[in-house]
Write a protein that binds this ligand. Structure first.
Ligand SMILES: [Mn+2]
Length: 243
């Protein structure tokens, strides 16, 4: 926005005297009629209406711009490769009261991602959910057979691997041998192939074209929650007896 003292000194807070760097600010010349319309329609002050004009916010989008809603800004979770498969398997586990394991990571992203999916599962009524965070010293990073076995021993038939798993080829093979299904929700660099899991969500998969490569694991897992929530809600509407 270009603001200046010359034309609107009276009704504007910023002028050359108050500018820290002594810049000369000049007010963007906006269409007075447009400003008046915005002022009235959205009950805004003159200066806010002028800023909206200067930012060239389309008229139809002003309401959204003033009151942004996450649902209007969030991409569809299903643009992520394998999101549909992950949701299908997790919904089945929820409905059949399976015990679910979460295999996380010891850093902030891994711990956050673990808690995001854990809380969601608990909130939709899953009674038995266990989190395994590998020990940085003794286990190191990534899916490992000891942790998976521990979750299996607690009764888990499904493990959601968050913030790790994309390169856990051997661990997933081992899980398959003990009839433990794995859903991976990761964000790390992927190789050309992916582990033989039920679903492998990772925006960095070479065959994922969601464009969401910037997401940390907690973002990927948040989208998984959104997809699960939507699917569970839609199912409940269709089969009210189950809800
Ligand atoms: Mn991590």
């Amino acid at each position: 926005m270009i603001v200046g003292p010359d034309d609107n000194k009276d009704d504007f807070l910023v002028n050359e005297d108050s500018s820290l760097n002594k810049f000369r600010w000049r007010l963007f010349k906006s269409d007075e009629r447009e400003v008046a319309t915005i002022t009235q329609k959205f009950d805004l002050s003159d200066i806010i209406a002028k800023i909206i004009c200067a930012r060239r916010v389309p008229f139809d989008n002003i309401e959204n711009y003033l009151n942004p809603q996450i649902k209007n800004l969030l991409p569809s979770p299903f643009v992520l490769k394998d999101m549909d498969k992950a949701v299908k398997r997790i919904v089945k586990a929820i409905k059949q009261n399976e015990t679910i394991g979460i295999f996380g990571d010891y850093d902030v992203d891994g711990a956050t991602a673990s808690s995001i999916i854990y809380k969601f599962l608990r909130d939709v009524g899953v009674k038995n959910v266990y989190i395994h965070i590998p020990d940085r010293q003794s286990e190191g990073y990534g899916l490992n057979s000891v942790g998976l076995k521990e979750l299996r021993d607690k009764g888990a038939t499904l493990v959601i691997s968050v913030d790790c798993g994309i390169t856990g080829f051997d661990a997933v093979d081992m899980a398959n041998q003990m009839d433990l299904d794995i859903v991976i929700a990761d964000h790390h660099e992927a190789e050309v192939g992916v582990p033989d899991a039920v679903a492998v969500i990772d925006p960095k998969r070479v065959d994922d074209d969601s464009g969401l490569n910037y997401l940390a694991a907690c973002g990927v897992v948040f989208l998984l929650d959104v997809a699960l929530n939507k699917t569970l809600r839609d199912t409940a509407l269709r089969f009210p007896a189950i809800s």
